[in-house]
Write a protein that binds this ligand. Structure first.
Ligand SMILES: *[C@@H]1O[C@H](CO)[C@@H](O)[C@H](O)[C@H]1NC(C)=O
Length: 393
């Protein structure tokens, strides 16, 4: 019988007591709150050396408090009764030289939304005193611009009394602000803004089949080379350019997803813009590069003037294409060129949308194009990933 009591004690009573005991101390001491898939982390607000302070001249009080930690040492000259380091907040009545202690860090925190109907307003942190009374409630209001800004602090004569400290902080925001990624243009879009000038190469976006120095080229700026007729070893839809050497071997010249626009070098007298591509292996090594120099000449529709093979590491193909489409334009008032691929019907003559209004319409279209890159890029990446399987570079 005795053994049974001992058994009962160890396996039922003791665990129950321990369990109840730990329930009293379930307050969070990690200074984080995970709710609705987001973890609020107030760790950066813990002051390990000093206290947060505030003065209320009307109430003749001075406040000392900390967040997710007890108060730190207070000089006796400033507050002779702010002595207990468990206490998370003190109100010191400096005319009476008396203190009220609020909260107890050993009890940990509990959390809730300030307003459950408007969850992005912020988070309330509650720190109870051991007796369950004299709590500190920190209303942490989401503020994108501030790490910490004290809004106000009040003592409430509730039963039991409590203090409320209102703080604005970025750590109470649901989506922490991240630096906006600079938009990368859709590689099919074929337009770029460099130094506040717009270059619209979309009308020059077509297949060029050329022979230079015995090398045959199939080139398609801003798209894949799809029509490879005449080439013995090119693959359609893989690269933005192909080279077939006189010995019959073929090489890819660039991958569309590496598209990079660069201004022409400062010392170059011509106006225009450059477009670069790399060939990248599945491990990201660059094995070739190609560069178009689009040179402005208002008098010509445009063609490739020159192609040079450079013995660099990695090898590089440089293509010069002189065209009126490489001439810089005012982004707010661009010239709308008729598309060369879609032959315009006789009734719709190409027009220039003039004035600022047309400019804004154009800018919206332009930035929508940039936005559509996100989808385009990933589809593109997926395609490329598939192509890599068959590739041998
Ligand atoms: C804070 O709570 C702990 C128990 O969790 C207790 O031991 C301690 O005395 C309390 N401190 C104050 C100042 O009440």
């Amino acid at each position: 019988m005795k053994q049974q009591i001992v058994f009962l004690f160890f396996f039922f009573v003791l665990p129950l007591v321990l369990c109840q005991d730990s329930k009293l101390k379930t307050g969070d001491t990690s200074c984080t709150w995970t709710q609705d898939g987001h973890t609020y982390n107030f760790h950066n607000l813990i002051d390990y050396d000093n206290n947060y302070e505030a003065t209320d001249a009307d109430e003749k009080t001075h406040w000392f408090f900390n967040i997710c930690k007890g108060t730190n040492y207070v000089d006796a000259e400033d507050c002779s009764c702010c002595t207990n380091r468990d206490t998370t907040a003190y109100t010191y009545y400096y005319t009476k030289n008396t203190c009220k202690a609020w909260g107890n860090w050993s009890m940990g925190n509990s959390y809730q939304y300030i307003d459950t109907d408007a969850k992005d307003i912020g988070v309330m942190i509650i720190n109870q005193a051991a007796s369950g009374s004299k709590s500190v409630r920190y209303n942490m209001f989401c503020n994108d611009d501030e790490e910490y800004v004290l809004i106000s602090q009040y003592e409430y004569d509730t039963l039991p009394p409590h203090v409320q400290i209102n703080i604005g902080t970025v750590y109470a925001c649901k989506v922490e602000p991240t630096p906006t990624p600079s938009p990368t243009p859709d590689p099919y879009f074929c337009q770029t803004i460099q130094s506040n000038e717009l270059y619209n190469l979309a009308p020059a976006k077509k297949l060029y089949q050329k022979t230079f120095n015995g090398n045959k080229y199939w080139l398609h700026p801003c798209d894949y080379v799809v029509h490879t007729s005449g080439c013995d070893c090119c693959t359609a839809g893989v690269a933005t350019g192909w080279l077939q050497r006189s010995d019959g071997s073929c090489q890819q010249l660039g991958h569309l997803d590496t598209s990079t626009w660069v201004p022409l070098p400062e010392d170059q007298a011509d106006e225009g813009v450059s477009l670069e591509y790399f060939v990248k292996t599945s491990l990201g090594h660059k094995t070739r590069s190609m560069k178009y120099d689009f040179i402005c000449d208002p008098a010509t529709e445009g063609d490739i003037d020159e192609i040079n093979e450079l013995n660099l590491i990695p090898p590089r193909t440089e293509i010069t294409l002189t065209t009126k489409y490489a001439c810089p334009q005012d982004p707010l008032n661009p010239t709308i060129y008729p598309s060369p691929t879609v032959k315009s019907s006789p009734t719709s003559s190409p027009t220039t949308i003039g004035g600022v209004k047309g400019g804004y319409v154009f800018l919206i279209v332009f930035f929508c194009g940039i936005a559509s890159f996100a989808i385009g890029f990933f589809v593109q990446k997926y395609r490329k990933g598939k192509n890599d399987l068959y590739e041998n570079i």
